[in-house]
Design a protein around this ligand. Structure first.
Ligand SMILES: NC(=O)c1ccc[n+]([C@@H]2O[C@H](COP(=O)([O-])OP(=O)(O)OC[C@H]3O[C@@H](n4cnc5c(N)ncnc54)[C@H](OP(=O)(O)O)[C@@H]3O)[C@@H](O)[C@H]2O)c1
Length: 265
């Protein structure tokens, strides 16, 4: 059944009225999964958020030096670009922009660049970053707080003049991710690939906005207690409070593995 309240059940009713036998609910879970973005968006009016990260076997997303290119092999990276093509937006924190100066575009032939969404509470984004330099070609949103918008009006205007949309979400210290999802949903953004880093990933899990997780794991060990990990923040206190994934699948992707699942809310 279509969960869009405007159409749900109407097609079935028309067919039945014309004497056509209709069965519903066949392979329902599998069918819902094929259209998970649509079903989530139509019901919640917020984007379906897919958290993706690549880490080493010892749980690091970069070396202690900050070097992070590349954690996984070519096949896994290609899959990620397919995801960037599939989902409407891509979201990262300002920490990743400052550390890696990424483009966050889609690099497969014929692929569509996702709308880039940078969580940057204090508008620290450098004007000479790749994101800002390519903002005229790739739709870009920088998200700050209400307070920053009031006090950094000049920078906001300058970014706006370059073609970057500035959104204020939340009145606190950092971007309010729940409020942001409502604002992005209202803009027609139905899905977001969340590419961290660990600070933003932790907040996203805490805010309960993550709908699906893809963890790519490379058979590498890098060590280093200062090397970054995929979910940071303060963490939880008790193992029983961990975010548990359901419907877990494990796939081999080139020389890496990919574990995928759905956080149980
Ligand atoms: N291997 C991978 O999959 C992968 C992917 C991405 C990144 N990385 C690595 O991750 C590292 C960067 O991670 P990071 O943790 O420093 O940066 P991050 O998570 O990208 O960005 C964190 C920053 O985002 C801002 N932010 C805005 N709203 C937030 C909110 N609600 N919650 C949390 N943060 C919010 C905060 O700065 P303000 O307070 O100024 O807004 C915060 O310091 C780099 O080494 C990069 O290479 C690896």
């Amino acid at each position: 059944m279509d969960s869009n309240p405007l159409v749900a059940g109407k097609g079935v009713q028309i067919l039945r009225e014309h004497g056509i036998e209709v069965e519903t609910g066949i392979l329902e879970a599998e069918c819902l999964k094929l259209n998970e973005v649509f079903y989530h968006y139509i019901k919640e009016k917020t984007p379906f958020v897919v958290m993706k990260y690549a880490m080493t076997l010892d749980g690091k997303i970069a070396c202690a030096t900050g070097d992070s290119k590349w954690v996984t092999g070519e096949a896994a990276r290609k899959q990620v670009h397919e995801m960037r093509n599939r989902y409407k937006g891509i979201m990262a924190g300002i920490g990743t922009v400052l550390a890696d100066d990424p483009l966050l575009n889609c690099r497969i032939p014929g692929g569509v660049d996702p709308i880039r969404i940078i969580c940057d509470s204090k508008l620290r984004i450098p004007v000479d970053s790749q994101i800002v330099k390519t903002a005229q070609e790739i739709q870009t949103i920088v998200v700050c707080t209400q307070d920053t918008l009031e006090h950094e009006g000049k920078k906001a205007q300058m970014l706006n003049d370059i073609g970057i949309q500035i959104i204020a979400a939340g009145a606190g210290e950092s971007v309010d991710l729940k409020e942001l999802m409502v604002l992005l949903g209202a803009q027609g953004i139905d899905s977001i690939l969340l590419e961290g880093g660990g600070t933003l990933n932790a907040s996203a899990l805490k805010a309960g906005i993550v709908n699906k997780v893809y963890a790519y794991i490379a058979g590498k060990l890098v060590g280093g207690q200062d090397a970054r990990s995929p979910v940071e923040g303060n963490g939880i206190e008790k193992m029983r409070d961990a975010v548990q994934l359901s419907e877990i699948t494990i796939d081999k992707v080139g020389e890496d593995i990919c574990i995928c699942g759905y956080p149980i809310s």
